[in-house]
Design a binder for this molecule. Structure first.
Ligand code: G1P
Length: 357
């Protein structure tokens, strides 16, 4: 089995970050979303990965190359414009050959991975399998209508009147018959080749498509609130051997509680760190109160501040804000405050913000 990871989309709902960073590279719980995806693919034993990339191809390649712990072989497939998920399958035809494959959307977070779908695909041998989950707002997704055995009768893309609350997530398992289906369909109203239409074509031509329900936490990290939710969920599951993983230096005047990770070369002085919390390498935290639910990137500087439920990207510098909540501070952005009031800040890369009392 191979994997096809889609990392070409533009991420317009994650602006301003996606003006300067691919949406799949925004870090959650200390790692780019894409690296979490690739780890989940490696967990099911797949090593040969095709990655569909768009205009931010170079950044994506750099991150995958740096993540040597993944031990995978990556093939990059260029897509000139986001033209739909089924278009990605079409342009990956040479890479995929006649192998079965898992297609994984590079902005999706499945906190407990995709083992159950992989096992169901191996056991039931359908022509295709979609991983579905219950959502209170199915109108915003692909929605399936299934029979009691989980066999799909119909799929609808963002229907006004959903036939169920089971939505299609970003982990699909395919046999090579999908290639005929992606060739048979036409672009949708939004001008894209929809994978939902390709799957419906399989159903209409007598193929067996099954749905496997995923019951743990799943989100696509399309918006800032979704990113922060993913950050919190993933941090809460930091595994036990990471707990107490303090590679940097924490001075005797600092207090640690809960699961805290402090990267190599990081210096923490006179601060309170409350897990779940990850601080990257080469950061400096002074007279501050960090966590829970917070990821502080590599090389960040935090002084006289209190930060909860937030993400600071690489090199961010925060000074003098004792109650920063649910915030996202971009790479090498600088935030200076003289205000003790609670604040929520969404600050793009390289920005400078001064928050007065
Ligand atoms: C795509 C699929 C949709 C699926 C969703 C999951 O939607 O078309 O069926 O439910 O991903 O994230 P898009 O994010 O392209 O609107």
């Amino acid at each position: 089995m191979k994997a096809l990871v889609l990392a070409g989309g533009k991420g317009t709902r994650l602006r301003p970050f996606t003006y300067s960073l691919a949406k799949q590279l925004v870090p959650v719980a200390g790692k780019p979303v894409l690296v979490h995806c690739l780890e989940k693919i490696r967990e099911i034993g797949v090593r040969e990965v095709g990655i569909v990339v768009g205009e931010r191809a170079d950044e994506i390649m750099a991150v995958v190359n740096e993540a040597t712990h993944l031990d995978l072989t990556a093939t990059y497939i260029r897509q000139d414009q986001p033209r739909g998920l089924a278009h990605c399958v079409a342009i990956a035809r040479d890479f995929l050959g006649d192998d079965d494959f898992v297609m994984y959307l590079g902005d999706n977070v499945f906190t407990s991975g995709i083992h159950r779908s992989a096992a169901a695909f191996a056991r039931r041998r359908p022509d295709a399998l979609v991983t579905v989950t219950k959502r209170p707002d199915p109108q915003g997704y692909g929605v399936v209508d299934v029979n009691t055995d989980g066999v799909v009768r119909a799929l609808l893309e963002k229907p006004a009147h959903p036939p169920s609350d089971l939505v299609v997530t970003g982990a699909y398992f395919f046999t090579p018959v999908i290639h005929e289906a992606v060739r048979a369909i036409q672009p949708s109203g939004r001008g894209e080749l929809e994978i939902t239409d390709a799957l419906q074509h399989l159903v209409d031509t007598g193929h067996r498509v099954v749905a496997e329900e995923y019951t743990d936490f799943w989100r696509d990290t399309g918006s800032i609130d979704e990113l922060l939710e993913c950050n919190r969920e993933l941090l809460e599951r930091l595994d036990a051997d990471q707990a107490g993983n303090i590679a940097g230096h924490v001075d005797a005047d600092s207090v640690l509680r809960g699961t805290v990770v402090v990267g190599a070369g990081t210096l923490v002085e006179r601060s309170r760190l409350t897990g779940p919390l990850v601080i990257g390498e080469g950061a400096r935290v002074t007279d501050s109160d960090l966590g829970p639910g917070t990821s502080v990137g590599r090389g960040c500087v935090v002084r006289n501040s209190g930060i909860e439920d937030s993400i600071l990207l690489e090199g961010a510098d925060v000074d003098g804000l004792p109650a920063l909540r649910r915030s996202l501070v971009g790479r090498w952005a600088q935030v200076n405050g003289t205000s003790a009031a609670p604040h929520r800040l969404i600050i793009g890369d390289h920005a400078l913000a001064e928050v007065a009392a």
